[in-house]
Design a protein around this ligand. Structure first.
Ligand code: IZC
Ligand code: ZN
Length: 418
């Protein structure tokens, strides 16, 4: 008999999210979270080998003399959170923009004046590789302590080819040197740098950057900030079509600040995910549902922009668009690393249930970054990425906010935090 290396047992409530590894949970499926009472999960060689009640797992004899056992009595056990949209690789911060925001200066106006994204481009360029990695490692460690075990990370604070390549190389080095699994996205089309028109920079992204980025094999996805005043629908389409030709998977920042047909374009291109979507039209939402595009919603960004405007998550779920949730962690519009905070805001302001927010932060998030076969649920054959939450039931997770509900983080069968 091969015994487990780790057995987590006696969970008051274990939420498995099982059954959605092939396609994301849509509509009422987002409430089918696979709850097991008195739950247990056994891990061997970093992978889940058994999931069930404590009695079932004990009867099957998974626990041997060298098996580490952790009791989750009175607690909730879930898959590790997957954060499918972050911009965590950068140096510096932008707390100076807070007073501008409070005076009513819009986010895109700060960018037009050479601040915003362009200010982080400058502070990142001035920093050494070691400084960028040290600052980003700290953010990733905070994310891990808040339950995130897998995260997407975008480039986009380089804008010029050598700086974007550097960012993607640093993401790869960080993936190897710290615990959180990282999925790299090329986002050279994040802002138009000084000295370029949008058209000229789009040509540069398509003709100069994308071929080099694809040849270096450092990115899995390509993303674009598709927004009036940043990259138009036409520019975004050109960039994404070229990226697809070069075998990159596609994502889009769509309809965040203005309703401009971003969701419709995302559906027409059949991107993996369309993100933000605060201003998506009814037709746009229908089109996303028809194409099976995942809506990655970023309610902490809405909260932090402080305009009382949130994505229409209920309409999306009613239309059977698969919904995922992310932090959008970035120094401008969402300076947080906290998935638990995102879950609370999603519950209160996107009007999602505790079950739906957990589906959005685990299995649907894994689908949004092409990792649903590896992570996002507690099922045999998946990575042993597990959270023990010091809460008595699932409702408590979004209910008690502003603290950290995570007691223990297990990554590939090893206790890595708590
Ligand atoms: O640094 O402001 N929205 N990109 C698009 C961001 C926010 C990141 C930033
Ligand atoms: Zn973003």
């Amino acid at each position: 008999m091969h015994y487990a290396d780790l057995l987590i047992h006696s969970a008051q409530m274990m939420v498995t999210m099982k059954g959605f590894s092939d396609s994301p949970a849509c509509g009422e499926e987002m409430s089918e979270v696979g709850i097991v009472e008195d739950g247990a999960v056994a891990i061997r060689g970093g992978m889940i080998v058994a999931v069930g009640t404590t009695a079932e797992i004990r009867a099957a004899g998974w626990s041997g003399p060298d098996t580490q056992e952790i009791s989750a009595q009175g607690k909730v056990v879930t898959p590790g959170f997957v954060d499918p949209h972050t911009h965590v690789l950068y140096a510096g911060s932008r707390e100076n923009e807070l007073s501008l925001k409070l005076k009513g200066v819009p986010y895109l106006e700060i960018l037009k004046q050479g601040g915003g994204i362009l200010s982080t481009v400058r502070s990142t360029k001035e920093a050494s590789d070691e400084e960028i990695k040290a600052q980003t490692s700290r953010r990733l460690q905070t994310m891990l302590s808040l339950g995130t075990t897998t995260a997407e990370v975008k480039s986009g604070y380089g804008l010029m080819v050598e700086d974007e390549l550097r960012a993607l190389r640093l993401i790869r080095e960080l993936d190897e040197s710290q615990v959180v699994d990282l999925v790299p996205t090329f986002m050279g089309a994040h802002a138009v740098p000084p000295g370029y028109s949008e058209g000229k920079f789009t040509n540069y992204v398509v003709d100069e950057m994308l071929p080099v980025i694809a040849a270096e094999n450092l990115a899995e996805f390509c993303d674009v900030f598709c927004e009036p005043g940043v990259f138009s629908l036409e520019s975004s389409e050109r960039i994404l079509l070229k990226a697809r030709q070069l075998n990159l998977k596609l994502k889009m920042h769509a309809d965040e600040l203005a309703s401009a047909g971003g969701a419709e374009l995302a559906a027409r291109l059949g991107v993996v995910s369309a993100d933000h979507l605060l201003q998506a039209s009814d037709q746009g939402i229908e089109a996303l549902a028809e194409q099976g595009v995942i809506a990655v919603l970023l309610p902490a960004t809405s909260f932090n922009l402080a305009k009382n405007s949130y994505a229409r998550a209920r309409d999306m779920i009613r239309a059977r668009v698969p919904v995922a949730l992310a932090t959008d962690s970035n120094p401008g519009s969402s300076p947080t690393e906290s998935m638990p905070l995102v879950l609370t805001i999603a519950c209160l302001y996107l009007r999602l249930t505790p079950e739906e927010v957990l589906a959005g932060a685990t299995i649907n998030a894994a689908h949004a970054i092409g990792r649903a076969k590896q992570v996002g649920s507690l099922e045999i054959g998946k990575q042993g990425d597990v959270l023990i939450l010091d809460i008595p039931n699932l409702n408590y997770l979004p209910y008690h906010f502003g603290n950290n509900p995570v007691e223990t983080v297990i990554k590939e069968g090893k206790v890595v935090w708590g």
